[in-house]
Design a protein around this ligand. Structure first.
Ligand code: ATP
Ligand code: MG
Length: 274
């Protein structure tokens, strides 16, 4: 192989190549954490967190601002080291040393604060840290990256005028779409973590991302954690919902056994009782 293609081919989710008939209820956990805690100085952001996600499952993570959702995602992706607790990746006890380490295991993340380089064009942001080069020469395969970037965005149905546009010139929703495209782009992904990927998106683009997640789920080989504030979307697309309150998971239930009304009631009850 003459090219450096660590990121894998531009495979956008289509029908599963090897259909996994196991239901998510019986599939193995891709990630499981036990008794995870995380403090920032005097602030306890996470306490005694037990969470797991199975292959082919979408877990919805909900909770108020400051509840600890992003901190939890950042712990699952190796950005934060937990102060206590254990993480198992594919059944094996694992210490995630960095985001790059987690990515090498197949963990892809769309961060709430998107981590894009504003003065690079769209296509280079899509290939950030996994640029295609002519090996052993360090030259970038620009036209191939452009073509694949175009292909990836088209097949998701996201309209960006040109893949040569600098990301800093795009709207917030378009930037989010690129972040999502980047994370679903690799065919080595086993765990996809999405921290409010729909927050800045219009209804049409948000719908496209939700359909994309459904297609990924149908593939059956990826576990997904989705943070969203729209409970209707969460109940609709997720298999299971976890509610995070003040750094603790207080509710874990299959979506089909809960409702938007119940989730709102749980969140608001806290304020009524004080
Ligand atoms: N790097 C940090 N340093 C200090 N405190 C932090 C840091 N990151 C998060 N926190 C604190 O941890 C708590 C949880 O924050 P986190 O960002 O995880 O909340 P969240 O549930 O994602 O909220 P939102 O819905 O607003 O995104 C908050 O009190 C926050 O101020
Ligand atoms: Mg957050």
């Amino acid at each position: 192989m003459t090219t450096h293609e660590k990121g894998g081919a531009a495979r956008i989710p289509g029908p599963a190549t090897a259909p996994d008939t196991a239901s998510p209820d019986s599939a193995p956990d891709v990630i499981r954490v036990e008794h995870i805690g995380k403090r920032f100085g005097a602030v306890t952001a996470l306490r005694d967190i037990n969470l797991h996600v199975r292959r082919g499952e979408i877990l919805g993570l909900i909770g108020d601002n400051g509840a600890g959702k992003s901190t939890l995602i950042k712990t699952l992706t190796g950005f934060h080291r937990p102060d206590e607790g254990t993480l198992y990746f594919e059944g094996r006890e694992t210490v995630l040393r960095s985001v790059v380490h987690a990515r090498s295991l197949g963990v892809e993340t769309v961060f709430q604060d998107l981590a894009m380089i504003n003065d690079l064009p769209v296509y280079l942001n899509l290939f950030l840290n996994r640029e295609l080069t002519y090996r052993p020469l360090p030259f970038l395969k620009r036209s191939e990256m452009r073509r694949r970037a175009r292909e990836a965005l088209d097949s998701i149905g996201i309209s960006i005028p040109s893949v040569d546009t600098e990301v800093g010139r795009l709207s917030g929703g378009q930037r989010q779409a690129i972040a999502v495209a980047r994370s679903v782009y690799s065919d080595t992904t086993k765990l996809l973590l999405l921290d409010e990927p729909l927050a800045a998106m219009g209804a049409k683009e948000g719908g496209q991302i939700l359909r994309l997640l459904s297609r990924l789920k149908e593939r059956g080989d990826i576990a997904i954690v989705l943070i969203a504030h729209n409970y209707a979307q969460v109940v609709d697309i997720c298999d299971r919902v976890n509610l995070l309150q003040h750094g603790e998971i207080t509710f874990d239930r299959p979506s089909k056994e809960t409702s938007v009304g119940e989730l709102l009631e749980l969140v608001h009850a806290e304020y009524r009782t004080g």
